[in-house]
Ligand binder design. Sequence first.
Ligand SMILES: N[C@@H](CCC(=O)N[C@@H](CS)C(=O)NCC(=O)O)C(=O)O
Length: 214
Amino acid sequence: MAAPIDLCCWPTPNSWKVTIALEEMGLPYTVRLVDIGAGDQFATDALAISPNNRAPAIVDPEGPDGPPVSVFKSGAIALCLARKTLRLLVATERDRIAVAQPLMWQTGGVGAMAGQAHHVIRHAPALDPPQELPATQDRDRREVGRLDRVLNGQLAEARCAAGDVPVGGGFRHPALGAGPGTAGADPGRQADPRPLAGRHEGNARRRHGNGRGG
Ligand SMILES: N[C@@H](CCC(=O)N[C@@H](CS)C(=O)NCC(=O)O)C(=O)O
């Protein structure tokens, strides 16, 4: 039985990616809440694990060469856990290339932009006094819309959709690819530009790890 992984997290989509991955891979873990609203991420012990002062991060007491190892950034954590367990990995270099793309796309594109859009479209206008930045709102709305359309196109080809691709097919899995995503970033959105996402999310929720970890 593997020693439990120490998960430093807060209930946000970036941390859910890791709880989903841990559940999918059947790894035991303990949860250490890092209250990012209270500034826990800047505490010395938190920075030692996550120098980026963000959640999630993990400490695996059984590192690859024996001693404990800490990992920050959700995408890096997912890759490390997959290599540790040999779960959700793919066999060929062609498939690994197919896996790297949605993983990097999600963490570098969706994760970053949806957070910014949420701030400028939802959070800032609700401040007292309200902060309205129309040009920035338009830019972020366009970029999130673009990402939504890319996601929809990929789902149409079933290239990263849970349920459409066997888990043995590897990282084309919501825990590790296009996971907790762009929905909800823009309350003013007229029509959902990713109509296939509902089916994808339904398939994802029926999976064990998503039900327990998401
Ligand atoms: N790219 C990072 C993003 C992590 C991130 O942005 N975490 C947010 C919560 S969703 C956070 O800890 N924010 C605290 C802060 O900004 O001080 C990842 O994928 O792990």
